[in-house]
Design a protein around this ligand. Structure first.
Ligand code: CUA
Length: 410
């Protein structure tokens, strides 16, 4: 019983529960669920009660029971039949009216609120999300781009244009709104709003290949001032740390790295207990940085060809097929919402990406137009799919330098 109740409670309040809504769109969708639940629930109780009564009352217990003989077979009762049809239609209308209202409501931002709306583009990739902020233009670079953590203003409607570069994905933030497909060659959209600042879990909700189940993201809603500060900071180039910069504070102790193996979970209970506070903390520069190691990591980022796919704006790294890493150190998660952004997890993701996210493009390469492939960590034989050699090998020391560099990008 405690296990059952514990599971039930988690189901109602867990990070991806649709029963714990934090915005008007999710609330409207939950209301429709409850109307449907009540109407079908009451119908169920009435039908089961009548059926149980008739079954028990008219059951033949012995062969000489008066109910044992087949009763008179009538043709039905027009009054009862018409009433049942009428009641069924009434029940359906009772469900249909709020459902249609909610469909229209969740389709687009109400006209009177459009003026105050914010707009972002969400683009699905196998297996991560790119977020573009068309209202935030950076001189000489264009649109502000982020990945896997969508920061929005709280208390304002947000229109999200949904696109995909490859297969069908689906955008779902259970506590705010959902879910709408991202379909190739078709523009879809949804809108959502967070009532209060907060930290919300998102998930791709349409099967899209090997790592669909681990294609996640986060939504962070900030109050007006915090959002403006965040945007202003995003528009600046990536933070640079000179190799000979003085070390501030006592140097951070080196972490222990031990590969936890395939599909091992990558988050801590401490983080999950206060994700929003942790997001705020993550925006600060890490204490005890090692400037020389950061500079070495920046060089390795180029030498190991990370630059072919990733952008670090301001560091002359301009790859576009993979997540923008200009502020990766300030994100709470890596690998598309899958791992908490700790040095150990980033190390694991850099050295063993295939064990974290099977089939990911960093490992197997990116298919390009014209049938070629931009090399990933390994070469795969075109016919058998078996690895034929390594393109990128990163040893433990190199991974530590890359982790230092990426975590300095705040
Ligand atoms: Cu993307 Cu499932």
């Amino acid at each position: 019983m405690p296990l059952f109740l514990g599971g039930w409670f988690q189901w109602l309040t867990g990070p991806q529960s649709t029963f714990d809504t934090h915005g008007p769109v999710a609330k409207s969708q939950l209301d429709v669920f409850y109307v449907t639940l009540w109407v079908t629930g009451i119908t169920f109780v009435i039908v089961v009660s009548i059926l149980s009564y008739a079954t028990l009352k008219f059951k033949a217990r012995k062969t000489d029971d008066p109910h044992a003989a087949i009763p008179h077979q009538g043709h039905g009762n027009p009054l009862i039949e018409l009433s049942l049809i009428g009641l069924s239609v009434l029940a359906l209308v009772f469900i249909a009216v709020p459902t249609l209202k909610s469909i229209w409501y969740s389709y687009d931002i109400p006209a009177e609120r459009k003026e105050n709306a914010y707009e972002v583009n969400a683009i699905g990739y196998q297996w991560w999300f790119k977020f573009e902020y068309p209202k935030e233009q950076i001189d000489g670079t264009g649109t502000l781009v982020a990945a896997n953590e969508l920061v929005i203003p709280a208390g304002r409607p947000v229109r999200i244009n949904l696109r995909t570069t490859d297969v069908i994905h689906s955008f779902w933030v259970p506590k705010l709104a959902g879910k709408v497909d991202m379909i190739p060659n078709r523009g879809n959209h949804l809108w959502l709003e967070a009532d209060q600042p907060g930290y919300f879990w998102g998930q791709c909700a349409e099967y899209c290949g090997e790592s669909h189940a681990v294609m996640r993201f986060r939504v962070i809603a900030l109050d007006e001032a915090a959002f403006a500060t965040w945007v202003a900071r995003q528009k600046t180039p990536a933070r640079s740390v000179a190799a000979d910069a003085p070390v501030t504070g006592s140097p951070a102790a080196p972490y222990e790295f031990k590969n936890p193996g395939r599909n091992a979970p990558g988050w801590s209970a401490e983080f999950d207990a206060a994700p929003f506070a942790n997001w705020e903390k993550q925006q600060n520069v890490n204490a005890g940085e090692n400037p020389a190691l950061i500079a070495q990591g920046r060089q390795l980022f180029q030498q190991k060809t990370c630059v072919s796919c990733h952008t670090v704006r301001g560091h002359d790294f301009n790859g576009t097929t993979a997540p923008d890493l200009t502020r990766v150190g300030a994100r709470t998660t890596i690998a598309a919402g899958l791992l908490e952004n700790t040095p150990e997890n980033l190390h694991r993701w850099i050295v063993h990406p295939d064990e974290v996210k099977p089939g990911n493009k960093m490992f197997v390469g990116v298919p390009m137009t014209g049938g070629t492939t931009m090399a990933g960590y390994i070469n795969l034989d075109k016919d058998t799919g078996k690895p034929t050699g390594h393109n990128i090998v990163i040893n433990d020391d190199e991974a530590r330098a890359l982790v230092s560099y990426l975590h300095s990008l705040k």
